[in-house]
Design a protein around this ligand. Sequence first.
Ligand code: AMP
Ligand code: ZN
Length: 113
Amino acid sequence: MDDCIFCRIAAGHIPSQKVLEDEHFVAFRDINPKAPQHILVIPREHIPSLNDIDGWGAAQGHELLRFIVRVAEQVDVAASGYRVLTNVGPDGGQEIPHLHFHILGGEKLGDFR
Ligand code: AMP
Ligand code: ZN
C-alpha cells in the first residue's frame, strides 16, 4: 500500500534503522523509543492489525514468533528479558494501521496496564 508508512519502510522507500529482515518480516528501531531497546516487527504484507490474520496459517504464526526471538537475540535482550506487545484499534492505542509488534527491553520494565 503506497500510503502506508510501514509498507514503505518494509520496501525500503522510507529510511529506518533495520535490525533484521527476512522474506516475510522486517524489524527496525522505533523512532520514539520507550525503552533502551525498542524494536518494531512488521510483516512485509499489509495487514491492518492482529484482527486481520485470518489468511495466516499456523506455520506463519510460528515463523513470526521465531523471528521475534531472533530479534531479541540480535539486540541482546533475550537473556535479560523483554516484552512483546501489539496495540489493536482505538482503545488499544494503535496509531499505525499496519500490524506491528513492539519489542521492549534493555532495562527492568515497569508494570503496564
Ligand atoms: P502504535 O501506537 O502501536 O501504532 O505504534 C506506532 C509506533 O510506530 C510508535 O511507537 C512510533 O514511535 C513508531 N513510528 C512511527 N513512525 C515511525 C518511523 N518512521 N520509524 C520508526 N518508528 C516509527
Ligand atoms: Zn502497510
